[in-house]
Design a protein around this ligand. Sequence first.
Ligand code: GLP
Length: 630
Amino acid sequence: MLPRRSATEAFEKVPTLVFPNSATAAAELAGEVRQIIETKNKAGQPAVLGMATGSTPVPFYRELIRLHKQEGLSFKNVITFNLDEYYGLKGDHPESYGCFMADQLFNHIDIPEENIHIPKGTIASDQVFAHCREYEEAIDAVGGIDLQILGIGRTGHIGFNEPGSSRESLTRRITLDRITRQDAASDFRGEENVPHFAITMGVGTILRAKKLVLMAWGENKAGIVAKAVEGAVTEAISASFLQEHPNARFFIDTGASRELTRFKLPWLVGPVSWTPRETQRAVVWQSKKAHRPVLKLVDEDYNENGLSDLLSEQGPAYQLNIRIFNRLQNTITGWPGGKPNADDTYRPERAGPFPKRCLVFSPEPQDAIVSIGATIDRLREQGHDVHVVTLTSGSLRVADSEADKFASTLLELGATAMDSAQWKEQTDYARELVRLIEEKGEFGEDPPVLRRLKALILRGELRDAAHAVGLGQEKVVFLDLPFYEKGRYRRFVSTNEDTAAVAAHIRGFKPHQIYLTGDAADPSSVPAIGFKVVEAALKECEQEEWFGSCSFWLYRGKEKSFEPHEIDMTVPLSPAQLERKERALMRYQSLSSLELGAPQANRDAAKQYDALGLAEYEAMECFQRWKRTH
Ligand code: GLP
């Protein structure tokens, strides 16, 4: 059943349905699509669907395929129009939206080819204008779009209507925003390979659809979703125009709903059950709002900002402040593995056993050191046995030019060796690699030997970075999970094989502490899939003796950092410790700008604690206790 709209949604200017996860939302939407198809077909008309690309609609497409294969839903009388297409990519480029749609949907259902419409990204420049006009006409000719599916980009775009697109805009060629190109960088193995242009339906075209559903998953989308749903209608966020459509809805998961007022500031929209976490959230918010540390908040602050209810339950301010201050204070520890022989009543981690076996899962080889490198350093220094376990090889991140550099160096080394004959085999191997890179061209699939080389390059980088935080080679484990080796970004699918590999490792190590990430990430991302795999693997270990005393700590990678009220443990870093982490990060060749910004995010985390009136540190790495019932 659909979640119902209530008074708590007062700030939302477009109906927004929050689902526990993307699969549930996708099933609901696919059910609606089925009804549209059946109703229209009964009336002897084709159903006209507007399709979207990106990772967001993938679960929805999987559900449509299931309905077709298992429940006999036919698409013979369905006409589709895709929102957009990159301009300038070859038609068979794996990242072209044409290929994407074929892979993800059209090849698996019975839609006739002539019913599929996708803007042509290969059309000559002087014909673009006419092509766009014809696209509009083709939509009108079939009576308009019955249901348009949408995702949302980080700039708030729908289709590729980047900031500045007018409400009246029609199908046209546009220039992609820098942020959009950055977001597509991993798909194209580097930002420099991402096309600069695209053809997209306009905002006006999209708003002509009879029904619209915008989907968004994961915390990365939370900020832009809140702006589109609750903010002003503006050309700066084309998704905000949905507010003006009589039949538009947002379908989002809990991660993407996090910045909506009803979840972020629930006391502004209705009664709140004041759990410790909610209380902490309110006090932290009040402190930020008043620009005063927690201990300086007074009754009036709470009363004047919708928190009188909290005050009457837990006040006066003086007592409430002290309680929350102490709770925040207790999250700070220089002993992430627990302090041996100390009273641990108020410490985030228990003192014993000492030393602990600590297992740090890193979805890709860079994630763990980027996110919690200094904590790893600290754990090791304090005598714990720390293993970094990299779930995937990360080889899709490595540019051909990087692989070519290594292969060419090897080639040259062999050729210039004193006794080059002795190195003949290796030299031939290197020559073959150089040839393969050239032969496959910029976007061709990597042959296995090249993927291997790319994986080894990243292994080297991680070993080097781990060494910089004091971990020896033997403490770094590479699982190279099959889901990654067999997939592409945004389209990975994990299997039992992945779970079994992770479970075997966990069993062998019998950890006292596990650090993991990806719970809040975009569900199609490597961290999110990695998280699900680890979660399933842990389920298999549940009955084992060591399991009951294992503690679990979540960390955040590329997604939004924890807010102070969400933190259960924070490890403060001195300037020297942060510098050591920064030096470790310099060992990586392939970090994105977001990853390079990790030390700054650590500094910002410390500033937040400082502003709340807690001790002023240079930087912090933050963690949340993972309750496995989540
Ligand atoms: C691209 C597409 C959009 C899509 C957006 C978000 O910009 N043109 O239609 O909504 O990416 O992608 P994802 O769903 O992968 O987050």
